[in-house]
Design a protein around this ligand. Structure first.
Ligand SMILES: CC(C)(C)c1cc(CCc2ccccn2)cc(-c2ccc(S(=O)(=O)CCO)cc2)c1
Length: 243
């Protein structure tokens, strides 16, 4: 397994996500508050201010039927399809490919009125987790995949002028579980469900009014999760299942 200059930091963050992020809220004793519910998706947030900037971490627990953890993570990680589901990104560049499952990305976001536009520069890695823990909803996992995105520096960022640098720490943890083949259909896709935990800590950088950010953040994340999960279901529904 070739290593790169971020291998150590990446595996530390992956371990942390497996220990903490995958825990359903309320178990880890943190003060997660349920802030939005949409169908099967539950969004939780915690109040966190760092140097006067709102960085409320978000944890979303979701499940989508008829898709595998690999399909969800792959469509989330693949740069070529990013624009098909990510509506808030303007400029998007892959700066460096560290290995077959790890890239460094620069992206600028559409301006959030009234603040200055933001950009972020981050490493994005997709990996399959061996010996999968039970899912956040307590199901026996058939497999576990993760995409881990976190901010890094890079000499060739060549940022869009006027952008304020935001920092992100994001993980998408997906676990496929097989539901009992109760109905007669022998299509395997009808018997799989994917449990999803999505955690995001975004520091928008610079000043952004508290009263504005919190409702915006909730709306943005709910829209983002809805768009993305619908995209994956549409994209995979007529394809052979890929675990
Ligand atoms: C601050 C700014 C950079 C514009 C920003 C604002 C918001 C909306 C929510 C939010 C959070 C904090 C403050 C304001 N809005 C979300 C994101 C964001 C979301 C998701 C991901 S990802 O999961 O890594 C998929 C690749 O794009 C990266 C960034 C960024």
């Amino acid at each position: 397994l070739t290593s790169h200059r971020f291998s150590q930091e990446l595996s530390k963050r992956v371990q942390d996500h497996l220990l903490e992020s995958i825990q359903p809220p309320g178990v880890d004793g943190d003060k997660w508050q349920l802030c939005a519910e949409e169908g099967k998706m539950k969004m939780y947030t915690r109040e966190l201010i760092r140097d006067g900037i709102i960085c409320d971490p978000l944890k979303a627990i979701h499940k989508i039927e008829k898709v595998t953890a690999r399909e969800v993570c792959h469509n989330f990680w693949l740069s070529d399809v990013r624009k098909e589901w990510e509506g808030s990104v303007e400029e998007f560049r892959v700066l460096e490919k560290l290995d077959d499952s790890t890239v460094i990305i620069y992206q600028s976001h559409k301006r959030i009125w009234p603040s200055a536009p933001r950009d972020c520069l981050y490493l994005s890695s997709i990996l399959k987790i061996d010996n999968p823990p039970p899912t956040a909803n307590g199901h026996e996992a058939h497999d576990t995949w993760m995409v881990c995105n976190f901010s890094v520096d890079h000499a060739e960022a060549n940022p869009v002028p006027g952008c304020v640098r935001a920092t992100i720490e994001v993980a998408l943890i997906c676990q496929t579980y097989i539901t009992s083949p109760d109905d007669r259909s022998d299509a395997i896709r009808d018997h799989i469900t994917c449990d999803i935990v999505y955690v995001a800590s975004i520091n928008p950088g610079g000043l952004a009014p508290a009263s504005f950010l919190r409702p915006f953040q909730k709306r943005e994340y709910a829209k983002f999760l809805r768009t993305f999960t619908t995209y994956v279901q549409d994209k995979t529904k007529d394809k052979d299942v890929s675990f």
